[in-house]
Design a protein around this ligand. Sequence first.
Ligand SMILES: Nc1ncnc2c1ncn2[C@@H]1O[C@H](COP(=O)(O)OP(=O)(O)OP(=O)(O)O)[C@@H](O)[C@H]1O
Ligand SMILES: [Mg+2]
Length: 512
Amino acid sequence: METQQPVEAHVETRHLEKRYGGVHALRDVNVQIHRGEVHALVGENGAGKSTLGKIIAGAVRHDGGTLVVNGKAAAYRAPMDAIRDGIAIIDQELAMLPDRAVIDNVFLGIERAHGGVLDNRSAREEFEELVASTGFELNPETLVGDLRLADQQKVEILRALARRADLIVMDEPSAALTPGEVRQLHGVIRSLKARGATVVLVSHFLEEVLAVSDRVTILRDGEHVRTAVTADETRESIIHSMLGRHLTEPPEIAAAPDTAPVVLEVTGLTRPGHFEDVSLTVRAGEIVGINGLVGAGRTEVCRAVFGADRYRSGEVRLNGERVRFRSPAEAIKANVAMLPENRKELGLLMHRSVKENLTLPHLDLFARAGVLWSGRERGEAEELVTRAGVKTASVDALVSTLSGGNQQKVVLAKWLAKEPRLLIVDEPTRGVDIGAKSAIYDILRELASRGIAILVVSSELDEVLELSHRVLVMARGRIVAEYDHHEANKDLLLTAAFWTPESERTAQEAAA
Ligand SMILES: Nc1ncnc2c1ncn2[C@@H]1O[C@H](COP(=O)(O)OP(=O)(O)OP(=O)(O)O)[C@@H](O)[C@H]1O
Ligand SMILES: [Mg+2]
């Protein structure tokens, strides 16, 4: 009688190597991904997590060692090859066709795999099944370009499921989701596991790693530090392995500068359907945080102040003077800077060098009688890279070759050169690792200490609490609460974030 030996490892890497020019992205990595487990990959920005995930999914080719899938050496040339082995990836930077419908994006490229027999009706049926099994609410006919980032990501997950993937690599899937959506995602991960699928989860959220993964692999500078059973780990034990050191405690927030001049004063700002009667002030040297759920209107308010979107009524004053920017260019001219939420869309020229990205928007700083003084530009770029802790081989490297978190640091570094009077930052540390986060916080504190007024939009409670002199909470397009940093805490912020007109009425009725 022949008994089939069960294949323990779904995927195994043996002495895996990957170099990008001078960068050794993976060195001698030996990892086993067991079938049916949720396997987390953690590490600092640039540690090699995405590279490993992409190699497993055929999106990047390794240049040494062996990738073993289902017990056989795999030589993927493209993601299509990995998909034939049931491996799909949901990428850190989503890649979809924005002007096609949700359903088209979900089934894109599958027609071929089915021999061209996938007609519209069965696609529609399969879509409904997928949506029902995940609990995602998505209209199949909506154009993907009109969806919020969080919903685009759901489309990617559906796409992987539609391909019958039994191993899904998820690269920072929860970075742009609301708490409710994150819970949904974790439900999906658990149901994938219940079906026997394997999930490789790249994440910077250690709470998430601890909550949903079975085992965790820690990478540092392209090296495999260790793989452990998650239940045996703590947040501290993982951080220690990631950084090779313990984190230092954040500094105490200095007292809010309540006598400093008001730099930004927003009164009654209204854009129907987006935000309503928003009033706020930010003083010189003050960091004001806006917390709330994704979609609460925080980004929209910032964009309106910055001239990227319009508003119907209300006013904006800058140092007491009434302004109404009709474009971001006008705002920048008035020395207002904004670090946008979506680095791909607004923040970076992906196919330009780090140096160009750092210096292009402020050419006036580096130009002399119309001639670019490239020596100064280079030196300045190098200093900014050092100050922001950007990990890059050189300032000449293309931004597209940087890891996700390091791209984010470039966006921030871009504004360090100019020292605006008002700096608006929207989710400044999304996708950034724990060590780099504190570096970015230090930069923001330093800018504030030099008198710059800073408005921070952040969904992360720890982040707003650690950074802000004052915290505002937005819900449903309104500012519903304001706290001084010493009175703010997680419970208060969360409760406020879930404010609805109904909950207010109930509270009033209870009080009456
Ligand atoms: N296409 C590329 N060309 C050149 N270098 C690259 C390329 N892709 C990645 N790298 C480099 O390889 C290293 C590992 O990058 P990777 O994207 O795997 O990091 P990561 O752990 O996913 O980081 P993050 O948390 O920031 O997403 C980094 O130094 C990065 O700059
Ligand atoms: Mg990455």
